[in-house]
Design a protein around this ligand. Structure first.
Ligand SMILES: NC(=O)c1ccc[n+]([C@@H]2O[C@H](COP(=O)([O-])OP(=O)(O)OC[C@H]3O[C@@H](n4cnc5c(N)ncnc54)[C@H](OP(=O)(O)O)[C@@H]3O)[C@@H](O)[C@H]2O)c1
Length: 292
């Protein structure tokens, strides 16, 4: 397949590129310097001349708290960008795979605490989530051959090289080197996901004839406090992790109390679930020691 990968030097893009190539796809890598997805003219100028079957959009504005102060910037990258990509893909009959987020469930109450299925109605409650959800709606409305994949809490080795906003694992390891005690939110439950596992699942998904919306995270669920404790246990760092509430942490944007995603639909499409989060974290920590 001939694939344009947008956001090629981001966390996910870095792990997706070699997997697409290893699977035999011809990939045109597009970094931010190569394409500006908020500019409809530029999007058309860059993509129109390319012979393609599929565009994968991993580019995004991911600064969740800053988005509260600059919602127009978040909207431009996360909603209008995907819209312009959808329009070009529709004109050519190309497939568009677009990445979205568990934060679309930020405002939902979930008394049963059951993982969210693709059929559950989103209720985004902050500027970032609103911009991402609007992007989903544009892609769905304007490109008939779309695949939208919602994921959660990405961590990939590219963050070590400065890609994107960094990731939670690297933040914990950095803070753990200078503090003996850390306060970490314990009342948000989700499933942080290794970009290598997400990338593997995306490559398998594009090789099916699947269309529509999919949830893709590592398996299992946990709080950020539990995740921090496991990071330090595996890294053999003696750090006391104190559980706090979201209110005590006091971030600017609201975050979902429960955004565990049900991956059953994806598992059926690609022949199995993504690996468990413990295993994914252990693999990540082992692989990062080879490059730091
Ligand atoms: N990171 C997470 O925890 C998380 C959680 C849930 C869902 N997601 C979604 O998963 C996808 C991949 O996330 P990620 O962590 O790989 O993101 P990332 O590391 O921040 O990478 C995003 C890439 O997009 C590029 N980009 C930003 N604005 C652009 C624009 N206007 N035009 C073209 N390129 C632009 C960035 O380039 P520059 O850095 O050079 O600007 C960067 O290389 C995104 O859709 C994100 O919303 C991420």
């Amino acid at each position: 397949m001939r694939v344009a990968l947008i956001g090629a030097n981001g966390q996910l893009g870095n792990d997706l590129l070699p997997r697409l190539q290893a699977a035999g796809h011809e990939v045109v890598q597009l970094q931010h310097a190569d394409i500006e997805i908020t500019d409809a003219t530029n999007v058309a100028e860059v993509l129109n001349p390319l012979p393609l079957d599929l565009v994968i959009n991993t580019a995004a504005y991911n600064l969740v708290d800053r988005a509260e102060d600059e919602p127009d910037v978040a909207y431009s990258v996360n909603a209008l960008g995907p819209r312009y990509l959808a329009q070009v893909c529709q004109n050519h009959g190309w497939r568009l795979m677009h990445l979205s987020t568990d934060y679309v469930y930020g405002g939902n109450s979930n008394p049963a605490a059951r993982p969210w299925k693709e059929s559950d109605k989103p209720h985004p409650s902050d500027a970032y989530a609103n911009s991402k959800f609007t992007g989903e709606l544009f892609v769905e409305a304007e490109c008939s051959r779309h695949i939208i994949v919602r994921t959660c809490g990405l961590y990939g080795l590219a963050a070590l090289r400065g890609a994107g906003k960094g990731n939670f694992v690297e933040t914990m390891l950095r803070l753990g080197r200078v503090r003996k005690q850390l306060r970490v939110v314990d009342d948000q439950r989700c499933t942080p996901t290794a970009t290598v596992d997400l990338a593997d699942s995306l490559v398998r998904l594009i090789e099916t004839d699947a269309f529509g919306l999919y949830h893709a995270t590592n398996s299992g669920s946990l709080s950020w406090c539990e995740f921090a404790r496991e990071i330090f246990r595996l890294a053999k760092m003696d750090i006391e992790v104190i559980p706090i509430t979201t209110a005590e942490f006091g971030a600017k944007a609201t975050r979902p109390a429960f955004s565990v995603l049900d991956g059953g639909k994806l598992a059926s499409a690609i022949g199995g679930p993504l690996p468990d989060w413990h295993e994914a974290l252990a693999r990540y920590l082992a692989s990062r020691t080879e490059i730091v």
